[in-house]
Design a protein around this ligand. Structure first.
Ligand SMILES: [Zn+2]
Length: 421
């Protein structure tokens, strides 16, 4: 679609969305308060006049407070896995389910899957949107779909082998487990060629590992239940950033602290206005996920991409007014050959009320002592690399390999010792 045609479509769908949300008391009150009407939205720039919607708003609307249609028109309900309190409820009309399946079908087609593929859907089939979402999307492509669910991993491996499964969808951590069990069983899964992994953040190192061990090309899939579910953004065969379907989702990146829109190349929070949701339309939904718009067009021919996700807003540190994500520090450090397995970040406020960040970095054994050891040079190199990428001066202290704390499960690598932030 030509850029001007796309913009026209987005704008008319945005206006329809604003009309649809008038059936939701939360939005009706909020928009009246802000004095915004659908006819006031003349260009996409006017999107910024609309208020944000936060996860907490949806929680407060439990269970059906955000439905814009009567329950008689809602043909399915999913919920998000709330770790605390009540889950968030999402509803779908028949048209929503059709459009959602279409989006997933587009993603699967984008990576070359066709009706000739056999698709094993190895995720939870219940209230989690990843299961049924991919099920109907893959059926829409015409693939032969196995609703395998999770668990019974040896049986999953047998199915891959016996049914000639060519594509698998699961979480990256379950994929890692599948690889281990396949190795134990002595199967190298010869039929498998595509892996679709989502619902958890995963690194490029994990990608390489999974590609080697499962013999697949691994693609990152992004979505969230509030925006239908999976299918919001997906990698193309270039495996370098994710494409978003701009006819269905209006995308902004904002500074999570100020709410201001950010330009390409600036990392911030992804905010999405879904344009084709009927049962539960949303305006400027703050996903809490951190990414950035990528500047140049993709070699695959599709325009516009976002970078792979690099953490959650909740993890963000603001140091001397600069937003820093622990995942950025990890990314920078792990790319340096001299750096060992662990690091710890300490944030303090000095007597001049200035923030200071100190990073303790383990150095690999061969660089810590012996012939290759040149700690002063390594320290300077790390300081320089961090400064160039974060645009922030940090203190770096090199420490002996194995001396920093180890974590089981999620690592807690940041100690914020500032008292008044
Ligand atoms: Zn592409």
């Amino acid at each position: 679609m030509r850029p001007d045609e796309l913009e026209h479509l987005q704008l008319s769908r945005l206006r329809e969305t604003i009309e649809r949300v008038q059936h939701v008391p939360f939005y009706r009150d909020l928009l009246a308060q802000e004095g915004v009407r659908a006819e006031d939205i003349r260009t996409l720039e006017d999107l910024q006049r609309l208020p944000f919607t936060r996860k907490q708003d949806l929680r407060d609307g439990y269970p059906f407070g955000f439905f814009a249609v009567p329950l008689s028109r809602v043909v399915r309900i999913h919920t998000t896995s709330g770790t605390t309190g009540k889950p968030t409820v999402v509803g779908y009309t028949r048209g929503d389910l059709d459009r959602w399946s279409d989006l997933i079908a587009r993603n699967l087609t984008m990576v070359g899957l066709t009706e000739n593929d056999v698709f094993q859907n190895a995720v939870n089939m219940g209230m989690f949107t990843g299961g049924l979402g991919f099920h109907y999307g893959a059926e829409k492509v015409g693939m032969t779909v196995l609703p395998a669910g999770t668990g019974n991993t040896r049986r999953q491996i047998e199915m891959i082998d016996d049914f000639g499964v060519t594509a698998i969808h699961c979480t990256p951590s379950y994929a890692m487990h599948l690889a281990e069990v396949a190795e134990e069983m002595g199967s190298d899964l010869p039929s498998l060629k595509v892996g679709v992994f989502g619902a958890e953040p995963w690194s490029d190192a994990t990608r390489n590992d999974l590609q080697d061990r499962l013999g697949v090309t691994a693609y990152d899939s992004y979505g969230l239940s509030e925006l239908f579910g999976p299918g919001v953004a997906f990698e193309c065969p270039e495996q370098d950033g994710l494409h978003i379907w701009h006819d269905s989702y209006l995308v902004e990146i904002i500074d999570p602290a100020t709410g201001e829109q950010l330009g390409p190349g600036e990392r911030g929070e992804l905010v999405v206005t879904p344009l084709v949701k009927e049962a539960m339309p949303l305006i400027r939904y703050r996903t809490g996920d951190i990414t950035m718009l990528l500047e140049d067009d993709c070699p695959c021919g599709r325009t516009r991409r976002i970078a792979r996700f690099s953490g959650r807003v909740d993890d963000m540190l603001i140091i001397r007014g600069i937003n820093v994500f622990p995942s950025q520090i990890e990314h920078i450090l792990m790319a340096l050959p001299e750096v060992g397995d662990q690091f710890m970040v300490y944030v303090d406020r000095n007597e001049h009320h200035l923030d200071e960040m100190t990073i303790h970095v383990e150095v690999k054994r061969q660089y810590f002592s012996g012939e290759l050891a040149d700690l002063a040079r390594i320290q300077q190199k790390i300081v320089r690399t961090l400064r160039d990428t974060l645009e922030l001066r940090t203190a770096v202290q090199l420490v002996e390999p194995g001396s920093l704390p180890r974590f089981e499960g999620k690592a807690r690598r940041v100690v914020d010792r500032r008292t008044n932030v």
